[in-house]
Write a protein that binds this ligand. Structure first.
Ligand code: GZL
Ligand code: ZN
Length: 336
C-alpha cells in the first residue's frame, strides 16, 4: 500500500505544486501590476472534499503532533477539514460524528478513544452513505463494513518490542516491573499490555508486580508512580505505555530521591521530543516509536475512498525503536 500511496501522493503533489506555481505566478504578476486576464485556481470549489475529523483530545505530545500532521496534510491536499477535539470523551466523539452526518460531509475519519460502543453511530454513517476511515486507534466492532480502512500502528508489536528489550538485558535475578497503562479501554493500552506480557512470559524472573492506568497523561503517570513507590518494596523497571506518563514517573522517582534510568530503568512508547530528550539524558533507557505523522497517508486514503477506489482494510504505520545513542543522533532532526 505504501508504494501506491507514495506514487499517488507524488502525482498529486506534483499537480499541486504545478497549480501552486501557476497561482503564485499569477499572484506575483498581479502584485507587480501586469496581471494577465483571468484568475488563479478556484478556491474551495464544489469538487473540494469535506472531511469531518473527530480527534481523541490533546492529552499528550503524541496527540499534538498527530493533530498538526492531520491539519497540515488536509491543507496541503486541498481538503476542507471540520476538526473536533473530544477531550478524551467518547460521548463527544459520537456527538461530533452525528454532526458530521447532519452536515453531509464527504468522508468521516476519527481516532476512537476506546475500542467499544461505536456500532450505533457507525451504522448511522453507513445509512447516510458517508464512508468512515479509522486512524490511530481501532474499534472492536465485528462488523468491518462499518469502516473503509484502519490506518495506524500495530500496538501489540510495540508491546512486544518493549518486552524484548527487557528480556535482552539478560538480568538473572528477579526483575520487578511496574506498568503505567494508557487510557482504560483504549486499543493502545490493551494491546501494549498484551504484547509486553506475551514476550516477558518467556523470562520467569521478570514479573509485572503492579499495573494501573495513568490515562496517557504526565500528571497521571506521576500520581500512579508516587503510589507505586509507596506500595512496592522493590521496583526495578517502569514500563510506561507513552512518553508523557514516563516523564511524570521520572518526576516522582526523582522526588523520592532515586535515579531514573539507573536505580529504576524506564521503558516507554511514542518517541516524542521530550521523551527522546530524557532518553538522550539517560533518564529513560529505551523507547518504542509510535509514529503520529499519519496525516499524508490519511488524506490519500480519504481521496481514494471518496473516489470509490478499493483501499486495503488495514494500513500499518512504519516505525522503529530508539536506545540512547539512536536518540542522541535523531534529536536534532526530530520533527515532533
Ligand atoms: C497511539 C496513541 C496514543 C499515544 C499516546 O497511537 O493513540 O495516544 O501512544 C496518545 O501518547 O495519548
Ligand atoms: Zn529488584
Amino acid at each position: 500500500m505504501s508504494t501506491t500511496t507514495s506514487s499517488r501522493r507524488l502525482t498529486r503533489r506534483s499537480t499541486l505544486l504545478r497549480s501552486a506555481a501557476a497561482l503564485a505566478l499569477t499572484l506575483g504578476l498581479a502584485a507587480c501590476g501586469s496581471a494577465p486576464s483571468g484568475g488563479g485556481e478556484a478556491a474551495a470549489g464544489e469538487d473540494t472534499i469535506t472531511l469531518g475529523f473527530s480527534q481523541v483530545g490533546a492529552e499528550s505530545g503524541w496527540r499534538s503532533a498527530n493533530t498538526q500532521s492531520i491539519q497540515d496534510s488536509a491543507a496541503e491536499a486541498g481538503i476542507e477539514l471540520q476538526f473536533s477535539d473530544a477531550q478524551q470523551k467518547q460521548e463527544n466523539q459520537i456527538r461530533a460524528i452525528r454532526s458530521f452526518i447532519q452536515q453531509r460531509v464527504d468522508v468521516i475519519a476519527f481516532s476512537p478513544v476506546v475500542e467499544t460502543g461505536w456500532d450505533t453511530v457507525l451504522q448511522e454513517a453507513k445509512r447516510a452513505q458517508i464512508p468512515v476511515v479509522l486512524t490511530d486507534r481501532s474499534v472492536d466492532s465485528a462488523d468491518t463494513s462499518l469502516y473503509a480502512t484502519f490506518l495506524g500502528s500495530d500496538f501489540i508489536e510495540e508491546g512486544r518490542k518493549a518486552g524484548q528489550w527487557l528480556v535482552d538485558q539478560g538480568d538473572t535475578g528477579p526483575v520487578n516491573v511496574v506498568e503505567l497503562q494508557g487510557t482504560t479501554g483504549a486499543a493502545p493500552a490493551i494491546d501494549r499490555k498484551e504484547g509486553f506480557a506475551e514476550v516477558i512470559a518467556g523470562a520467569p524472573n521478570i514479573q509485572v508486580v503492579a499495573s494501573q492506568t495513568g490515562d496517557f497523561t504526565r500528571s497521571g503517570g506521576r500520581q500512579v508512580m508516587e503510589a507505586f513507590l509507596v506500595s512496592q518494596p522493590d521496583i526495578d523497571v517502569v514500563y510506561a505505555h507513552n512518553d508523557d506518563m514516563a516523564l511524570g514517573a521520572i518526576e516522582a522517582i526523582e522526588a523520592a530521591g532515586r535515579v531514573p534510568g539507573q536505580d529504576i530503568r524506564i521503558i516507554s512508547v511514542d518517541a516524542v521530543k521530550d521523551g527522546m530528550q530524557a532518553l538522550a539524558d539517560g533518564k529513560i533507557n529505551f523507547i518504542v516509536e509510535c509514529n503520529p505523522l499519519l496525516g499524508a497517508q490519511l488524506m490519500d486514503l480519504v481521496e481514494a475512498v471518496h473516489a470509490g477506489e478499493q483501499v486495503p482494510a488495514r494500513v500499518v504505520t512504519e516505525e522503529t525503536v530508539f536506545d540512547q545513542q539512536a536518540a542522541i543522533a535523531a534529536l536534532p532532526t526530530r520533527l515532533y
